[in-house]
Design a protein around this ligand. Structure first.
Ligand SMILES: O=C(O)CCC(=O)C(=O)O
Length: 268
């Protein structure tokens, strides 16, 4: 899949782009079922909120066929390769739960802040491209983005290891206030299957979810192959060391998998 010249221009200006319903209800239904099974597992890749609710499941593309297929999907790999002008590999992969009632905050941060400091990534030539598994609404903890903040470069940050179960290099209130005064805040919302991509330096965060509606989003962090990480400190399942370029699957690969693995009741 290729972005249009207008979409590329919008991305460079605003630092983010939303592509509504890029994946079908059948493709998303398979991923939702698989995510529920993964969250029930007790394995080091599944991190939990302080309440015990799932927060995120790392590296699911390495141990789950459906998420592996999504991790090489041309609808996700194509646009990012187009923007970077070279092949990409998977730096990180996670399924964030933002569980109903208990999903916690993600503090204000830039992704590249963590990739640089913790993983030794040379340049902000990696980005998150994410797939909504649930409907993302204004009320269930959507991502909050500060448009155009990617132009601020790599900002000073401090390592927050206390607010949530996941350590993050976070921004202070004065910095966020200054950037919001310039760019405002947007909260892209949409139906399951929507895809959101954003620049590695775009300032973002999300509030807790106190609603009965879960808000699962899968994030592929795709890094330009030439920008491979030099000094990783985090475990392999968080910051991958396989720098081989992703070979995309066929566009209908996930749909075929979904058709072949209908739940019994639906198939009959
Ligand atoms: O899923 C969320 O709400 C935030 C995730 C995030 O900011 C990140 O992975 O960098």
């Amino acid at each position: 899949m290729k972005l249009t010249p207008q979409q590329i221009e919008d991305f460079h200006r605003e630092g983010w782009l939303f592509l509504p319903e890029l994946f079908s209800p059948e493709e998303v239904a398979l991923l939702k079922r698989e995510s529920e099974a993964i969250y029930r597992e007790h394995r080091p890749e599944v991190w939990r909120e302080k309440t015990g609710a799932p927060r995120t499941a790392f590296a699911a593309h390495t141990y789950n066929e459906a998420f592996g297929t999504l991790g090489a999907h041309p609808r996700l790999i194509g646009p990012v390769e187009q923007l970077f002008g070279e092949q990409v590999y998977m730096h990180q992969y996670k399924i964030n739960a933002k569980a109903a009632f208990t999903g916690e905050v993600w503090q204000w941060h830039q992704d590249y802040g963590t990739w640089k400091r913790d993983d030794g990534m040379p340049e902000p030539r990696a980005m998150n491209i994410s797939v909504f598994l649930d409907e993302v609404m204004p009320i269930n903890g959507p991502l909050l983005l500060v448009p155009r903040s990617h132009n601020a470069g790599d900002l000073e940050a401090s390592h927050d290891v206390e607010t949530t179960s996941y350590p993050l290099w976070t921004l202070d209130e004065a910095t966020v206030s200054r950037l919001v005064a310039e760019g405002g805040i947007v909260a892209p919302t949409g139906k399951p299957g929507g895809v959101l991509m954003f620049h590695g330096n775009l300032v973002h965060g999300s509030a807790g979810n106190i609603t009965p509606y879960p808000r699962r989003i899968v994030y592929l962090t795709l890094n330009a192959v030439s920008n491979y990480i030099r000094t990783p400190t985090r475990p392999e399942f968080i910051a991958h060391r396989d720098f081989a370029p992703i070979v995309p699957v066929a566009d209908d690969a996930l749909a075929r998998l979904a058709a072949a693995s209908q739940p019994r009741a639906a198939a009959e």
